[in-house]
Design a binder for this molecule. Structure first.
Ligand SMILES: Cc1ncc(COP(=O)(O)O)c(C=O)c1O
Length: 385
């Protein structure tokens, strides 16, 4: 703040370098939120400054039935056609077997896939890569919930064209609000830099190429693509620089909370979705535990869930649905005329919505708060068993 340099500048550049090094990608383009990152990725696929677009208007893009609104809305807003796919009950991620069925149903009209790596869980890079190769699809990833999750030596969501990240206040690291896109594609990164800033050429690596020979315009003010203003501020990046240094500590704390909760509910009617990843010998780095999705087992699970959620809320333990629940049941889906697929077409998403909920696993929870949470879950699970 004292430097007087408040709008995007050297702090943003430094943070971008730190994050690209951490993610092991060639480029990170910081923006003012994860939602903006999704919007900019799709804009860049549709309208690159040079060369052929990777997607065209009305192309069908596969998305998970349990989603976040701003995974879906940029597709709708920019004229693409989201096709929903049910999720895997064990991971909550888009189920690639169901995705294959959907592709077979829609023939060659499906051009892309936009999976979410949900709640700290990383989808397997090798499975995603062979799926897109087999079906000739563009892959972009929503990694807004899964910073710090690695499988097969790759960070979540770094296969394919690009991945979006969020540094919202409650996430693995925070810049208060903030996000950005990771990519290994230099041209794509340049397009994101233009799109982030009105379509401007000035932050692109090929800026001189654009400026060469320009005589009829001020070469400093060349606009080479469509664009928004989704730039971050220096203060956000400065906070991010100190946050990313502690990422391993934050994730370690989150994993310990998941472990404590899993122990507290052992043998009860409540199970932690993803607990397999906590077992000895499991690939623990593949799950960075954003929030804890808890599912009620057995008959009357839906009714039992309502009772358990009420009991927790009465103790001022905040609960949430799993992301947004079955996204097709959200009222806004009716306003966009998406009538081809109905909520009941997605049995796993429906089951998760009815029988599961989430509690927090933030790394700033105190040991008293964690004990309180675990004690409450244990008592309530026994009471309703
Ligand atoms: C899967 C997913 N995508 C996108 C976002 C949007 O990120 P932001 O809040 O930074 O806009 C979120 C928010 O948490 C999310 O969970």
């Amino acid at each position: 703040m004292n430097s007087g340099n408040l709008t995007m500048g050297s702090q943003v550049k430094n943070f971008e370098n730190d994050i690209s090094r951490y993610l092991d990608v060639a480029h990170f383009v910081m923006m003012n939120s994860g939602s903006s990152a999704n919007l900019a990725m799709i804009e860049a696929l549709l309208r690159p400054a040079k060369g052929k677009p990777q997607l065209s208007l009305a192309d069908k893009i596969l998305v998970p039935a349990i989603a976040w609104p701003t995974t879906i809305w940029p597709l709708v807003q920019l004229g693409l056609d989201p096709i929903f796919v049910d999720v895997n009950p064990l991971t909550l991620a888009l189920d690639l077997e169901c995705a294959q069925d959907v592709i077979d149903e829609f023939g060659g009209k499906v051009r892309g896939i936009f999976p979410i790596h949900p709640l700290g869980y990383s989808m397997l890079p090798s499975e995603l890569e062979s799926f897109i190769d087999k079906n000739n699809l563009v892959l972009i990833n929503d990694v807004c919930e899964s910073l710090g999750s690695w499988r097969e030596g790759k960070h979540a969501g770094t296969s394919g064209t690009a991945g979006s990240f969020s540094f919202y206040f409650s996430h693995h690291i925070t810049t208060m609000e903030g996000g950005g896109v990771a990519t290994n594609d230099s041209k794509f990164a340049d397009d994101l830099r233009s799109i982030r800033s009105h379509g401007w050429s000035r932050d692109r690596s090929d800026v001189e190429e654009w400026r060469t020979g320009v005589t009829n315009n001020d070469a400093k003010f060349l606009f080479v693509s469509t664009g928004y203003n989704v730039r971050p501020m220096e203060i956000q990046a400065a906070i991010g620089i100190s946050q990313i240094r502690d990422i391993d500590i934050f994730i370690g704390k989150r994993r310990a909370i998941a472990q404590a909760v899993n122990k507290a509910i052992a043998g009860s009617c409540i199970e932690l979705i993803g607990a397999e990843n906590l077992k000895e010998g499991a690939d623990q780095n593949g799950h960075s535990w954003m929030l804890l999705p808890l599912r009620i087992k057995g008959p009357n699970a839906a009714e039992l869930k309502r009772k358990i959620v009420k009991a927790l809320e009465n103790l001022e333990i905040e609960t949430r649905p799993v992301l947004t629940g079955n996204f097709l049941a959200q009222p806004a889906m009716r306003t966009i005329g998406h009538n081809r697929q109905q909520p009941e077409d997605f049995p796993v998403a429906t089951m998760i919505t009815e029988t599961a909920f989430m509690v927090g696993a933030h790394h700033d929870l105190t040991s008293e708060q964690i004990e309180f949470l675990c004690g409450a879950l244990k008592r309530i699970a026994m009471e309703f068993a």
